[in-house]
Design a protein around this ligand. Structure first.
Ligand code: ZN
Ligand code: ZN
Length: 231
């Protein structure tokens, strides 16, 4: 029941603090960004939220500095821990308006909760993004750009951050799946992937399959899925 792996440093201010290997088999990859305040990108399925918190401490960071939780989409493997982080640390939750409804209603189908055999209690979302692009600014002066990248779900978000000449992309569920019950849209997804390719990111933090480095490998990873799902 205790993971053998430790939280992982991705850059000097980005860390992997949860994943199916690290915390619980149902967890997505959970990333922590130190921006003078702490941001979480996704929160896991919920069962391992305390373990994710311990991983933050293991990195020598103070979870009391958690201020913001960005939810890349409404699936329970990404939003299940949100209630815990909101209750314990008072984080503000941010997601795209088109995926907020299923979380606020605790919709067992749209959130994938029934598929995972988990329950999601309805959770109000603090900030609902509506545009195609929004920039969030943080205490250390860095910013994080949120892009609406529909496809896997209608309100999927991808994020990127430039720091020290490096662009880190949080692309999350690039790989799909694309199921009608999730409101998936393959042609919207292809367009979203073209947007991600145009960012020419140096590092890709993926939603389940870990971290990819160098521009070339990031590009190849995204193009691999574009090939797989036809264009
Ligand atoms: Zn996922
Ligand atoms: Zn998903």
């Amino acid at each position: 029941m205790f993971g053998l792996s430790s939280p992982e440093r991705v850059t000097d201010s980005v860390y992997l603090v949860g994943s199916s290997d690290l915390t619980d088999s149902r967890d997505c990859s959970v990333y922590l960004v130190d921006a003078g305040e702490l941001l979480l990108v996704d929160s896991g399925a919920g069962v391992s939220a305390a373990q994710i918190t311990r991983n933050i401490e293991l990195l020598g960071l103070d979870p009391a500095l958690l201020s913001t939780l960005i939810l890349t989409h409404c699936h329970i493997d990404h939003v299940g821990g949100a209630a815990y982080f909101k209750e314990r640390f008072g984080v503000r939750t941010i997601m795209h308006a088109l995926d907020a409804g299923p979380v606020e209603n605790g919709d067992p189908v749209r959130t994938g909760a029934s598929w995972y055999g988990l329950r999601l209690s309805p959770l109000p979302v603090d900030v609902k993004l509506e545009g195609t692009e929004e920039t969030l600014s943080f205490r250390d002066g860095t910013s994080l750009v949120c892009l609406h990248t529909p496809g896997h779900t209608p309100g999927s978000l991808s994020l990127y951050r430039d720091r020290g000449g490096e662009r880190v992309l949080f692309g999350q569920d690039i790989h799909g799946p694309f199921l009608p019950e999730f409101g998936a849209d393959l042609s919207a997804w292809r367009e979203s992937m073209e947007t991600l390719l145009s960012l020419e990111a140096d590092i890709l933090c993926e939603g389940h399959f870990g971290v990819y480095r160098t521009k070339t490998r990031v590009k190849a990873y995204i193009e691999g899925y574009l090939d797989q799902y036809g264009s």
